[in-house]
Design a binder for this molecule. Structure first.
Ligand SMILES: CC(C)(COP(=O)(O)OP(=O)(O)OC[C@H]1O[C@@H](n2cnc3c(N)ncnc32)[C@H](O)[C@@H]1OP(=O)(O)O)[C@@H](O)C(=O)NCCC(=O)NCCS
Length: 255
């Protein structure tokens, strides 16, 4: 595993961007970049200073949204630098019609942010055909009660609790894993699918892997495999999920 120190930044950028971590994830082989940011130090001029385009839809957004978008795109720019030559006019990561990030050709990637942290995962399309990342703060017990039946069915929750996970960890993990699966598959399916479409089917706690299984109808409709491995990391107060892989044969031509 290789870790790279943050770029040294002068003045206002340094106040906005905090610690940056960049590494190749040993489990998945994808480049992961995380950066802390301080919404309170946000200034629109930071877009120019950090070399990130500010789309019109973001210009109209509240400052907090502008700040998280900037931090996510900044993490993406650092991650792309590590992939090597990307054509100059392509280095900006645009916004698709359904808010999906638009990556340079030859690249798959994904962005997530929560609180004061933004994370980005990227890979060359020759190595991974789909890639999604998500980071979540552990849900409170109250939120768990409110969303439990939307996010997971009883079988899924029992699968995780049987291995000793608390309700809060179990539900946050299933939620995060499914969000990462959604982001990974959206560019291929262009279909806004819900939590009921995938089910947590197997938990391998020792290697921090949760297998998600698409229902047969959805998988058949989009000519997709049914099973996806989500690699997760359990922090003290947060969970990060990465779902990535390759499609067999002609599926690799999708997107
Ligand atoms: C779109 C969604 C996945 C975003 O997740 P979130 O937890 O609210 O927010 P995160 O910070 O983790 O992720 C936001 C990032 O996701 C990415 N994203 C948004 N829509 C996306 C899409 N359609 N496809 C891929 N990535 C998308 C963007 O990069 C966005 O950040 P940006 O707008 O700053 O670029 C979520 O709001 C959603 O709608 N989920 C419902 C669908 C779902 O998860 N189904 C489960 C299927 S099993």
């Amino acid at each position: 595993m290789q870790e790279v120190a943050a770029n040294i930044m002068p003045g206002v950028e340094r106040q906005f961007i905090g610690k940056v971590h960049s590494l190749v994830d040993a489990r998945t082989g994808v480049r992961l970049v995380s950066c802390e940011f301080d919404s309170g130090s946000y200034d629109p001029a930071l877009y120019t200073e950090l070399g990130i385009d500010r789309p019109e839809s973001i210009e109209r957004a509240v400052a907090k949204r502008q700040a998280e978008f900037l931090a996510g795109r900044y993490a993406a720019a650092l991650a792309l630098q590590h992939l090597g030559p990307v054509r100059n006019h392509d280095v900006q990561v645009g916004i698709g019609a359904q808010r999906n990030p638009l990556w340079p050709s030859g690249v798959v990637g994904s962005i997530s942010h929560v609180g004061s942290v933004a994370v980005c995962a990227v890979s060359r399309r020759t190595d991974k055909h789909y890639l999604g990342i998500d980071i979540e703060v552990l849900m409170s017990s109250k939120v768990c009660r409110e969303v439990a039946t939307i996010v997971a069915n009883r079988r899924e929750r029992e699968l995780l609790s049987a291995q000793g996970l608390s309700d809060r960890v179990a539900l946050t993990l299933i939620f995060s894993a499914k969000e990462s699966l959604f982001k990974a598959l959206y560019p291929s399916v262009r279909d806004y699918f819900g939590f009921e479409v995938a089910e947590a089917a197997e938990l391998r706690l020792k290697d921090q892997t949760l297998v998600l299984r698409l229902n047969e109808r959805f998988a058949t409709k989009h000519n997709l495999p049914r099973d996806y491995e989500c690699q997760f990391t359990l922090g003290e107060h947060w969970i990060q999920s990465v779902t990535c892989g390759t499609f067999a044969g002609s599926m690799s031509l999708i997107a």
